[in-house]
Design a protein around this ligand. Structure first.
Ligand code: ACO
Length: 443
């Protein structure tokens, strides 16, 4: 008997099964299907709402060890990339699997810059949004609309076309993000300036007023670049799962990215840093921190920016951002919310409630404070997350398209509804059941 297997005894039948264990700790849940009482049974399956213990793919992009607080893109530690690399190079690494040499880097930057413009009709369609449209809602709609401008993108099995859409999307998302922001401010859209860096151009499209040439502040340009490196990928999170799931239907990548942006729009994913800022504003001053901690421990709200499904240690991205915050404050002046955040962190990291549950600061604890200091409204926070995550989404999407083990995503369910019922004509149907448990099953 191979030692790298799992022996299962079905106590209903007394039968024994050997399930192979792969990669040290993985079993194929499909192997459970052979476990039946009668031949025509469906067979056993796993029940795992929210996929908390189910791997949906094999991936080479990002490695996380949540217990140790490790994050690596293609094998490179996030700390080293944030210190020595830049977002363009990191995007290349994530998409292509290797760091570029000088020649490939220059070509990559150029190939992305040639895609920063958008069709004028895209601009017109953005003008059609209401004056108070949320920029993230505008992003979902407009990225989806890009598929109608590039119908050839539907050929997802064509390598060169996949590469083209990847460069296009990475090139265009900052332009769409900036247009969405200018729209909410009632300001004219600013066209891309390809003489600037990726983040410098974004700052220009966002904040340029009457000056002929916008000169980005190098400290803020670099801070944004670091934020983009930290947000470029994070393996199988909600939005990445969304692009893989929607993309598995073989739809074009623009539609699949629109689904990912929609997932990121949710407050439990891309909206958490906004919730941190709101929480810090509500607490209002350092002396009110102990009282707030008491409330969180009593289950009245959560300490936003703390805790993570995967990290059970200090999120390595939060450590980097804590430093970046002070670099940004040198230019913008200190965001007073940082003092409240530091006090929350100091007390929480000594408190048994948070320590025993392994609740540490996550990336969102400091990112919102930085964005706010840079002058971004909270509605732009998830948009600033979506821009760099586009490289991660496209890398994960391409990996899914190329993976021979992948099929259209189609989970099973455990049916708990009614058994077969007899249809009655309208006049013969009984009064609806008003019991609470009956009502709660209605949608
Ligand atoms: N404040 C107070 N208590 C918390 C917090 C928190 N931030 N997070 C978790 N807990 C407690 C829970 O009440 C629970 O306690 P219990 O065992 O006594 O019931 C325990 O810790 C485990 O919490 P779960 O909700 O089961 O953990 P899960 O892995 O499902 O949730 C999540 C992770 C959603 C991130 C959670 O920690 C949270 O809500 N944090 C605040 C929101 C936040 O910062 N989200 C950003 C995540 S990072 C990202 O998406 C980019």
């Amino acid at each position: 008997m191979p030692s790298n297997s799992l022996s299962i005894v079905d106590n209903r039948t007394g039968k024994k099964y050997e399930i192979p264990i792969e990669e040290g700790e993985v079993i194929h849940t499909a192997a459970l299907r052979q476990i039946k009482v009668k031949d025509d049974d469906f067979g056993l399956m796993g029940y795992d709402p929210a996929f908390t213990n189910t791997a949906s793919c094999k991936s080479k992009v990002t490695y996380i060890d949540g217990d140790k607080g490790i994050l690596r893109y293609r094998g490179y530690p996030i700390e080293e990339l944030a210190e020595k690399s830049n977002y363009m190079e990191t995007a290349y690494l994530i998409v292509k699997g290797e760091l570029p040499n000088k020649q490939h880097f220059d070509a990559w930057v150029n190939n992305i810059k040639v895609h920063t413009m958008v069709h004028e009709n895209i601009k017109k369609s953005m003008e059609g949004f209401r004056y108070d449209a949320h920029p993230m809602g505008m992003m979902v709609g407009t990225i989806g609309a890009l598929s109608t401008f590039y119908p050839e993108a539907a050929n997802i099995f064509d390598l060169e076309l996949r590469r083209l859409q990847t460069r296009r999307l990475i090139g265009k998302v900052p332009t769409l993000a900036a247009f969405a922001y200018r729209h909410t401010r009632g300001l004219p859209y600013v066209y891309p300036d390809n003489e600037l860096s990726y983040t410098g151009n974004l700052l220009s499209m966002l904040f340029k007023m009457t000056e002929l040439k916008y000169k980005p502040n190098p400290v803020l340009e670099r801070a944004l670049d670091i934020l983009f490196i930290l947000h470029a990928d994070h393996e199988q999170n909600c939005s990445t799962n969304a692009i893989r799931c929607v993309g598995s239907s073989q739809v074009d990548p623009y539609s699949a990215v629109a689904a990912a942006v929609a997932a990121l729009y949710g407050p439990l994913h891309g909206g958490a840093n906004e919730a941190v800022v709101r929480m810090l504003e509500q607490i209002g001053s350092i002396d009110r921190v102990p009282e707030a901690i008491k409330r969180f421990k009593a289950g009245e709200g959560r300490l936003m920016g703390f805790g993570h499904r995967v990290y059970k240690n200090y999120d390595p991205r939060a450590k980097i951002l804590k430093r970046t915050a002070y670099e940004v404050f040198e230019v913008t002046g200190k965001n007073p919310l940082i003092d409240i955040a530091l006090e929350l962190e100091r007390i929480a990291l000594q408190d048994d409630y948070f320590v025993s549950r392994k609740l540490y600061p996550n990336v969102d604890f400091y990112s919102g404070i930085i964005y706010q200091a840079m002058g971004f409204p909270t509605s732009m926070f998830p948009v600033l997350f979506a821009i760099p995550r586009t490289s991660g989404w496209m890398a994960q999407w391409a990996e899914m398209v190329r993976d021979p083990e992948q099929k259209i995503a189609r989970p099973r369910q455990v049916y708990i509804g009614e058994n077969l019922r007899k249809w009655l004509p309208l006049e013969k149907r009984p009064e609806p059941d008003q019991r609470e448990d009956a009502v709660s099953t209605r949608i």
